[in-house]
Write a protein that binds this ligand. Structure first.
Ligand SMILES: [Zn+2]
Length: 263
């Protein structure tokens, strides 16, 4: 097979520990991630990947779109965790996603695909708000501007993960609501523990996805259920350092940059 015919689940798990056996393989006791120690080097020309981590990509799906399976699967997993915690179906739920990067926008697209009643997205960047709004079915607002965000929210998905976003999530939830935290911004305060106690808010940490969720996300993506996925900026692999610098600088308009290998 040509490499463009496959999309890769970067989460490498053992398959036999108690978590793998229970179908929570993203919590595998010896989990590893391609590109992180001890498996650094995912931007290499050639990469050894366990065969079970490969998902075939059907004809007509671009490699760039297929590569979005990974960030979208993070949202897929988060929404699944939320469904188990909420006492009402997504079709009746007011949902708020914080952050319009690939994780936040991806979570919003998954919520839309799974029939959420109301989807709000908080994002300070105007270009990123425009990208999310153009998808349809997602209401955007600037959380740094005057109060236009929703209150009485059933579900918040924090795709940023800083103290300020956890505080905003704590305040936006209605009594009994749930917050799913995907963002890895910082490990500081922000979560309103007192309000969480008095109003029985649920806090759920969410990390990556199970192997089955990765395949389910790929199937939804290939079927067109997650939108046109045209919001990726592509750059040559040789300009990778500039891509990372643009993201780290905070001014990057695209929710995701894909690096294209030469040839
Ligand atoms: Zn395991």
């Amino acid at each position: 097979r040509r490499s463009s015919d496959l999309t890769v689940n970067p989460l490498v798990t053992c398959g036999h520990c108690r978590f793998c056996r229970a179908g929570r393989d993203n919590l595998c006791e010896t989990r590893q991630i391609l590109s992180m120690p001890p498996r650094e080097g995912a931007f290499a020309g050639l990469l050894a990947v366990p065969a079970r981590n490969l998902t075939p990509v059907p004809e007509g799906i671009s490699p760039v779109a297929a590569a979005l399976t990974e960030p979208l699967a993070c949202g897929w997993h988060a929404v699944g965790l939320a469904e188990r915690a909420l006492e009402l179906p997504l079709a009746e739920a007011r949902c708020l996603v914080i952050g319009g990067g690939a994780i936040g926008l991806g979570a919003a697209l998954v919520l839309r695909a799974r029939g959420a009643a109301e989807i709000w997205l908080a994002e300070p960047s105007g270009p990123r708000r425009d990208i999310a709004a153009a998808e349809g079915g997602i209401r955007t607002f600037d959380p740094t501007g005057p109060g236009t965000g929703p209150g009485g929210v059933d579900l918040v998905i924090d795709g940023v993960g800083f103290g300020a976003t956890r505080a905003a999530a704590s305040a936006a939830l209605r009594p009994g609501g749930a917050m799913v935290h995907i963002g890895l911004g910082d490990a500081g305060p922000g979560l309103d523990i007192r309000r969480a106690t008095l109003q029985e808010l649920t806090f759920i940490g969410s990390y990556t996805y199970t192997a089955q969720e990765f395949r389910d996300t790929a199937a939804a993506l290939f079927a067109g259920g997650l939108g046109g996925l045209g919001w990726v900026r592509t750059m040559p692999l040789a300009e990778g350092a500039a891509a990372f610098a643009s993201i780290a600088g905070g001014g990057e308009a695209a929710p995701k940059i894909a690096l294209l290998p030469d040839g």
